[in-house]
Design a protein around this ligand. Structure first.
Ligand SMILES: NC(=O)c1ccc[n+]([C@@H]2O[C@H](COP(=O)([O-])OP(=O)(O)OC[C@H]3O[C@@H](n4cnc5c(N)ncnc54)[C@H](OP(=O)(O)O)[C@@H]3O)[C@@H](O)[C@H]2O)c1
Length: 338
């Protein structure tokens, strides 16, 4: 076993229920490149080195394998269920059957209940795992408040039934949040957004903070191994930027750790993915030592390029203009093209 970082010294974030939850989690999306076994082996190692939060999803196709790892850790007394904060997500093809999806994730993950249950995307638009960028589902529809709230109500009933503790939302925009937040009976605890130095989403970030919704930052390292469908020639590699390398050199570490410190110091919970013990240990450890200076934070703020990596082409509905339609960039919800 590698180095153990005492979870007691890993920063926590106080959420709107008053509870403190881990300030960093491990991502578990193999990006269509890394097998379920490699991911679950990394989860096994990560628990033993001190990770206490895991970001899972039904559509990552590996909950079954990760569940075996959780069960072994519980059986071997490595960790108790209540010490872990397990997150998962309902996939877009299960918006009408949220409880079934949740029960399957609980069974696969062998974890009795889910700590944070996300609505992965605010659309019921399904794409097959591993599909390419041109793949479209003719049944795809634009965002609908009614459809989303029906899905959200099902999540609220899962809280009431004790199957989940907290509700999360993901891939939302301010116009969509404005439309649905007033309709919710149980407030979402967190929102998962893409967050790395070249995609800072400051307006959305500030909106979530103002509404006391915890930001969980996905792709915190700029996801260098992301699926082929999410790689465009114009994308910028965050960790390759000279400014990031320079700050990393000053801290004598890899730029990955600078990305994580930045995300944490902004107030987000980063959820980096790695299958290499050396990397996932140093990612966790980076939260406990050697913070960035105000000057370094200010320097990274200048690296914003609005470089969205998960553009979401595969969720587009017939008649949609292009992927920008998913993100309501003109400040109103894009439904059908006029
Ligand atoms: N809600 C959503 O819609 C959504 C969308 C995308 C992702 N997510 C979540 O966010 C998580 C993170 O995103 P991601 O996995 O796409 O990308 P990421 O965490 O930004 O990047 C992961 C990559 O960085 C490398 N890496 C990790 N630590 C490193 C280190 N210390 N030094 C150098 N390289 C390092 C990893 O390689 P090695 O394995 O070789 O270390 C891996 O290729 C996902 O796993 C998933 O749980 C959610």
């Amino acid at each position: 076993m590698g180095e153990f970082i005492d979870p007691a010294i890993v920063p926590k974030m106080k959420v709107n229920t008053g509870e403190e939850i881990p300030g960093i989690g491990m991502g578990t999306f193999g990006s269509d490149r890394v097998s379920p076994e490699e991911v679950s082996n990394a989860v096994a190692g990560a628990i033993r080195c001190g990770y206490r939060m895991f970001d899972c999803a039904a559509c990552y196709g590996n909950e079954d394998q990760i569940g075996k790892v959780f069960k072994d850790a519980f059986d071997e007394g490595v960790v108790e269920r209540k010490e872990l904060y397990i997150m998962t997500k309902v996939w877009n093809d299960m918006h009408r059957k949220v409880e079934e999806s949740c029960r399957k994730s609980i069974a696969d993950l062998q974890c009795d209940y889910i700590d944070m249950f996300f609505i992965h995307w605010p659309f019921p638009n399904y794409h097959a795992p591993g599909c390419d960028v041109d793949s479209r589902n003719p049944d795809s529809k634009p965002f609908s408040v009614e459809e989303f709230m029906d899905t959200y109500r099902q999540c609220e009933s899962l809280v009431e039934k004790g199957l989940i503790r907290h509700i999360g939302i993901s891939n939302m925009t301010i116009p969509k949040l404005e439309a649905v937040l007033p309709l919710m009976k149980i407030k979402p605890v967190a929102c998962e957004i893409e967050l790395h130095p070249c995609m800072q989403q400051k307006e959305l970030f500030d909106y979530l903070v103002a509404h006391d919704i915890q930001v969980v930052g996905y792709m915190p390292l700029g996801s260098p191994q992301r699926p082929e469908r999410d790689i465009m020639p114009e994308d910028v590699a965050d960790m390759e930027l000279p400014e990031m390398k320079e700050i990393a050199a000053a801290h004598n570490c890899h730029p990955a750790l600078i990305c994580l410190k930045w995300s944490h110091q902004l107030g987000a919970i980063p959820i980096p993915f790695s299958v290499r013990e050396k990397n996932y240990v140093s990612n966790l450890k980076s939260m406990t030592e050697d913070p960035l200076t105000d000057e370094e934070m200010a320097k990274i703020a200048t690296l914003e390029r609005n470089n969205r990596l998960v553009k979401g082409h595969v969720f587009l509905w017939p008649g949609a203009k292009d992927w920008h339609d998913l993100w309501d960039e003109d400040g109103k919800i894009v439904t059908v093209e006029e």
